[in-house]
Design a protein around this ligand. Structure first.
Ligand code: G6P
Ligand code: ZN
Length: 566
């Protein structure tokens, strides 16, 4: 005899500001803990989906294990049950990385997924929490959908919730049932690992890992990928246990900031700079971002996607697909990938920031590999960016270039250097000014937008300390028309383009939870052999000065230095 669901209708009132950003709704934990705050948002998702779609449907639910995950899961189960969902698949201990969740949605043909994460933002009682809805292709809901959720949050008045739905032990695999509703706890890694085996030649990677003297280190930053690393890197590929750092997921990421970049992964960066290992990688809280380091060498994410794309034939998945269907990057990402697309003669797309924009291109077979400057790299094997996948790509590429184990190791650095020799190099950097007063952030953007609108900048020339002249060729406010559904996304970043192809971009981040984060991006192409190996900041100094001068950023915000430089 199964349990009958006891369903209650709970009266509620809208909360202000439940508008999903670049990647779902992200707020401080204290916001989510306010009364029915989370309930409202979850019910709003279900209101948009509607009872016909929900009836008997399967949803995948999981998160990165941050504080409030466990409470949130039980609330979601209870609301889902009362809204007609038939089955919920949840990761063991509530854990599912964002890419694994995408893989499970696709493998199980689920209606969609709810993912509980604030990605790379700090967690814990005083940190951030987040919730995001993914649709049936396994990718983030498109803007039209998230706008509808927002509309629902503004008029919500009732929550349907089962009174007797609770899964006692999320650490045990298996199914708990009620009449017409069940929750199945699944292994967090298994289905993802199955998929990875169809993408890579694991035997070849295993041989690389076993190579005498070769050392690979991985830092999970106390996020969800610790679980994936233990299974995939250690158990399946033979990486030594002590080469896996911070691989126990923690509710507050051990007090850290789980963002794999040069600032927030200091432990790994220090060891790599000391030349201790051949490869050092890290992933963020929910496992969709990645950072790849060689011995004393940082692989810029924009270069990373370009090198992976240029080496597609090292990876069985792309060989089986008969090569590349197309390549894409977000607008502020460096143009290194464009050069690979041109040479490979495959279609190329420039989309706004946000992984959701790649989905339509993948669903219509126009896109194989894509990436963003924000440490996101992925392919059409799923519909999210994928940290572990990107790391496996690099290991596979390394293995491919090191088939002859008697020769000295062809390093990550030499693979990237050879890439630059072949294609030229895009010097690239991003400056972040975090937690700027929202009004001041808007003022900086307005100042640039106004100047851009007059077009008076076009033709203006600047001469750098190196004597190089930069002439502004065009200025605009980036707008994207989706070639598949024809939806238009406006105001996606202010662009200044120079005659030599260099670019300066100004954008406000869509993922912060307090104040405004102003991002400045610099991209400069260099082909001269004698200048391929300059210091990045030095090489970009003229562009950086131009950006600061035109935006008046320092004067308006009072900030002399960015918080983070990538
Ligand atoms: C998330 C999104 C990415 C985006 C990044 C930075 O990771 O999934 O698509 O590039 O945030 O976004 P932001 O709006 O903060 O620059
Ligand atoms: Zn993330």
């Amino acid at each position: 005899m199964t349990n009958q669901l006891v369903i209650k209708q709970i009266e509620t009132k809208p909360f202000e500001g439940q508008k999903p950003g670049t990647s779902g709704l992200r707020k401080r934990v204290v916001e989510f803990e306010k009364g029915l705050y989370l309930h409202n948002f979850v019910q709003s998702i279900f209101n948009v989906l509607g009872s016909d779609k929900l009836k008997g449907s399967t949803l995948v639910v999981g998160g990165d294990g941050r504080y409030f995950n466990s409470q949130a899961l039980q609330i979601i189960f209870a609301i889902a049950a009362a809204n007609g969902v038939g089955k919920i698949l949840v990761g063991q201990d509530g854990l599912l990385s964002t890419p694994a969740l995408s893989a499970v949605v696709r493998a199980r043909k689920a209606l969609g997924a709810i993912i509980l994460t604030a990605s790379h933002n700090p967690g814990g009682k005083h940190g951030d929490f987040g919730i995001k809805y993914n649709v049936s292709n396994g990718g983030p809901a498109p803007e039209a959908f998230t706008n509808k959720i927002f509309d629902e949050t503004k008029k919500i008045s009732v929550i349907h919730m089962a009174d007797n739905v609770r899964v006692a032990d999320l650490s045990k695999l298996g199914t708990t049932e009620w009449t017409g509703f069940q929750v199945e706890v699944i292994d967090s890694v298994e289905e993802y690992w199955q998929l990875m085996q169809t993408v890579f030649d694991m035997k070849q990677i295993k041989e690389l890992v076993a190579r005498k003297g070769f050392v690979f280190n991985f830092d999970a930053m106390s996020g969800v990928t610790g679980v994936y690393a233990q299974r995939i890197f250690e158990k399946e590929l033979g990486v030594a246990k002590d080469c896996l750092i911070n691989c126990v997921p923690s509710e507050d990421f051990n007090g850290g900031h789980p963002d794999p970049n040069l600032t927030y992964a200091p432990e790994l960066v220090k060891k790599m700079n000391a030349g201790l290992f051949d490869v050092g990688c890290a992933s963020d809280g929910d496992g969709d971002r990645n950072m790849v380091l060689g011995k004393r060498f940082f692989v810029n994410p924009s270069d990373s996607v370009a090198v992976i794309a240029a080496n597609w034939d090292a990876i069985p998945y792309f060989r089986a697909a008969g090569g590349l269907k197309g390549l894409a990057r977000s607008m502020p990402t460096s143009a290194a990938l464009d050069l690979v697309a041109t040479r490979a003669m495959v279609p190329f797309f420039e989309v706004p920031t946000g992984w959701k924009f790649f989905g339509n291109l993948m669903d219509t077979d126009q896109l194989s590999i894509c990436g963003e400057e924000s440490f996101g790299t992925g392919s059409d094997h799923i519909r999210e960016k994928d940290g572990i996948w990107a790391i496996l790509c690099w290991l596979q590429i390394l293995a491919h270039h090191n088939k002859d184990t008697t020769k000295e190791l062809v390093s990550i650095e030499s693979i990237v250097h050879n890439h630059w020799r072949k294609y030229g190099r895009n010097y690239y950097s991003r400056y972040d000014y975090e937690e700027v007063d929202t009004k001041l952030g808007d003022e900086v953007m307005k100042q640039i937008a106004d100047t851009i609108a007059t077009k008076s900048l076009v033709g203006r020339k600047f001469t750098g300390s190196d004597g190089v002249e930069y002439e502004i060729a065009s200025v605009d406010d980036f707008e994207y028309k989706d070639p598949v559904d024809h939806s238009v996304s406006s105001h996606q970043g202010l662009r200044i383009r120079f005659k030599d192809g260099s670019r300066i971009i100004f954008r406000l981040s869509g993922t912060g939870s307090t104040g405004a984060t102003i991002r400045l991006y610099f991209d400069k192409y260099e082909q001269r052999e004698s200048h391929l190996f300059d210091d990045t900041q030095k090489h970009l100094s003229t562009l950086i000065n131009i950006a600061l001068e035109l935006s008046n950023l320092q004067k308006i915000t009072g900030r002399n230095e960015p918080n983070v430089i990538t």
